[in-house]
Design a protein around this ligand. Structure first.
Ligand code: Z5A
Length: 213
């Protein structure tokens, strides 16, 4: 199965910041070094989670209030922890997760106004207090991020179509979280070329692997 080294690494940031690109490259690097590695995404990852993702992101046929929205994101998370993240960590995998609790705190707790503390408490309940070992926040001007996603020609989803000030609040929320938790969160300048972003994250991971070795 490869080298065992249970570690939960999460990737955060606004739309088009480069999380998926970064995760793909990091998976390759871990595999080349023969680490057991798994990747997943939120919302999604499980059958239930993918249904929830579809309900949340691609339907504009019904209103979703902010409390319903947060509970749907957390439904996906709770199932993901049970079916994917916890079993993979238990079997020694490095798990790379595209979005996690910090997304809920930044988008719903702060930008949507549900409340930071309440959101953090709900996240703790949903993830059964499983905190990431390391989190990368890809920091990027939302105008640039949205430009990147438009270039990808993907369906414009429900949250992406919110106005720019919402995305600016999300960015500020992430910057605030990174300041508050420097031991866990590494803020990365995502306007750099992809190769530079990947190398910077890899260096932080190597430091963490050495610490835990
Ligand atoms: N959400 C929430 O509100 N609450 C929650 O609790 C959770 C999520 C878990 C998920 O959308 C939405 O759900 C998201 C937050 C909300 N909403 N919004 N709005 P998603 O999963 O569909 O999308 P995303 O997470 O925002 O990812 P994305 O838009 O697919 O972007 P990305 O993964 O960060 O970027 P990418 O796909 O790697 O790159 C985008 C493009 O840029 C692509 O063409 C790349 O080749 C290019 N790229 C990548 N890196 C670079 C660099 N460094 N320079 C130039 N170009 C680059």
């Amino acid at each position: 199965m490869g080298k065992k080294h249970p570690l939960l690494i999460t990737f955060e940031g606004g739309e088009g910041a480069g999380k998926s690109t970064l995760i793909e490259h990091l998976v390759n690097r871990f595999e080349k070094l023969d680490y057991a590695v798994a990747k997943t995404r939120e919302p999604g990852g499980t059958l239930l989670g993918e249904q929830v993702r579809n309900l949340l992101l691609h339907q504009d046929k019904y209103p979703i209030g902010s409390i319903s929205e947060i509970l749907l994101f957390l439904t996906s998370r709770a199932q993901q922890i049970k079916e994917i993240i916890k079993p993979h960590l238990d079997s020694g995998h490095i798990v790379l997760c595209d979005r996690y609790n910090d997304s809920t705190v930044a988008y719903q707790g702060i930008a949507r106004g549900v409340g930071k503390k309440l959101t953090q408490d709900l996240c703790s309940l949903a993830c059964n207090y499983l905190e990431p070992d390391l989190t990368f926040v890809l920091d990027l001007d939302p105008k640039e991020g949205l430009k990147r996603t438009k270039k990808m020609d993907k369906d414009w989803d429900r949250l992406e179509s919110l106005d720019l000030s919402f995305h600016e609040q999300v960015r500020a929320a992430y910057q605030q979280l990174a300041k508050e938790q420097p031991q866990r969160i590494v803020l990365i300048d995502a306007s750099q070329p992809a190769e530079a972003v990947i190398n910077q994250c890899w260096q932080a991971i190597e430091r963490r692997l050495l610490i835990q070795a």
